[in-house]
Design a protein around this ligand. Structure first.
Ligand code: ADP
Ligand code: MG
Length: 361
């Protein structure tokens, strides 16, 4: 089901001051996708999710789910949460510790007073799906964090929702379990083929899970796109910076050549991924550390050859992280661990124009 949000704003009042949590949000969440709202803490992700679910009342605008208006100030429509056909998984597991696995998952169906045999069948099917078959009688507290999270997922799915919403569901798991559960979740959601709205501040999670990412900042949607587009070809400086580590260098457009945009900056004249910008435009050149390749010996041939000096090197396991000084610029680079370099050494490298991204806003 598609979700359409139009002109939704929400303000909170706290200690006599207004906090703008959502600022005129327009957003279409396509059907049957994993759609992620990504942004720093406090940017309004949870508020937007709660407005979709109906746990929060916006100040203005309209929300449709699958073509049906579920909330509209103008039309005076406010469908209650339980009638919106949604399932939700929260940051805290929100499973009931005094109940066993079966009762936790069965709860939403018991509230709807479905016959016992229907409940048994649906719970059984859902537990099979999340691979918790045989755990029915286990007290919820006697499960690992990952299993508890799967119980929460099962409870959100058991009512066969049209849309499932997640608010930072993995943030209470340790790093290794988070990675495993993320993969499982990707598999589960891929099999389900329903609309999933996923909230996180974790860029790796967003990149790994999503079909589409919407990056939020201060109550607004800044940019929407596929993970690769957001990572490699963002339009906004904030987005490029937030989604991954980035070297950002001030630059000025000199002109265009052979499909590339040439800029002047502290690294010299650099040919970049072509962008339709007039000569003289002030821009930001964005280069991710993994695309600054510093190899052994005489590196750097062809286009965009840069000469610099190693300022510092830190071994982080799979690579060295090096800071390379070029005049007034300091670039973060990933350096092969077998490259024999030390602080102070001169280096020469070339930048692939395809990975020199220009940001105008
Ligand atoms: P996120 O989920 O992206 O971290 P939230 O949607 O929780 O952000 O919050 C957005 C903004 O609204 C924040 O500045 C937060 O402090 C504020 N806020 C959220 N809920 C309330 C509330 N009930 N009362 C007052 N301010 C709130
Ligand atoms: Mg939140």
């Amino acid at each position: 089901m598609e979700i359409r949000i139009q002109g939704v704003s929400k303000r909170y009042f706290s200690e006599g001051k207004a906090i703008i949590a959502l600022d005129d949000v327009d957003l279409t969440i396509p059907a049957n996708q994993i759609f992620t709202l990504l942004g720093p803490s406090g940017c309004g992700k949870t508020t937007l999710l709660r407005c979709i679910v109906g746990l929060e009342t916006p100040d203005s605008g309209e929300i449709r789910i699958g073509g049906e208006v579920v909330w509209s100030r103008e039309k005076n429509i406010a469908i209650p949460p339980e009638k919106r056909g949604l399932g939700m998984v929260f940051q805290t597991y929100a499973i009931w510790p005094h109940m066993n696995v079966f009762d936790n998952v069965a709860y939403p169906l018991q509230v709807r007073k479905l016959p016992a045999d229907v409940i048994r069948r649906k719970v059984g099917k859902t537990l099979r799906f999340v691979r918790l078959e045989g755990f029915e009688k286990r007290p919820a507290t006697k499960l690992s964090g990952g299993q508890q999270q799967r119980v929460a997922l099962a409870r959100a799915l058991v009512g066969e929702p049209k849309v499932i919403l997640f608010d930072e569901p993995l943030s209470n798991l340790d790093a290794k379990l988070r990675e495993e559960t993320r993969k499982e979740l990707r598999t589960f959601l891929g099999e389900l083929k329903i609309t999933a709205v996923y909230v996180t501040h974790d860029r790796v999670e967003a990149l790994a899970l999503s079909d589409t990412i919407a990056v939020m900042r201060e109550g607004r949607i800044i940019e929407v796109g596929a993970p690769r587009k957001i990572y490699f070809d963002a339009d906004h400086r904030f987005v490029a910076d937030f989604i991954g580590r980035a070297n950002l260098v001030k630059a000025k457009v000199r002109g265009h050549d052979d499909g590339h945009t040439i800029v002047d900056c502290g690294l010299g004249a650099i040919a970049c991924h072509g962008r339709d910008l007039p000569a003289g435009s002030e821009v930001t050149l964005c280069i991710r550390p993994e695309f600054i390749r510093i190899a052994k010996g005489e590196g750097g041939a062809g286009r965009n050859v840069v000469n610099g000096r190693v300022e510092s090197l830190v071994f982080v396991g799979e690579t060295y992280e090096g800071e390379i000084r070029i005049g007034n610029e300091l670039l973060l680079a990933k350096i092969d661990p077998d490259v024999d370099l030390k602080a102070g050494d001169p280096v020469r490298f070339s930048l692939d124009p395809a990975h020199c991204l220009l940001l105008a806003i």
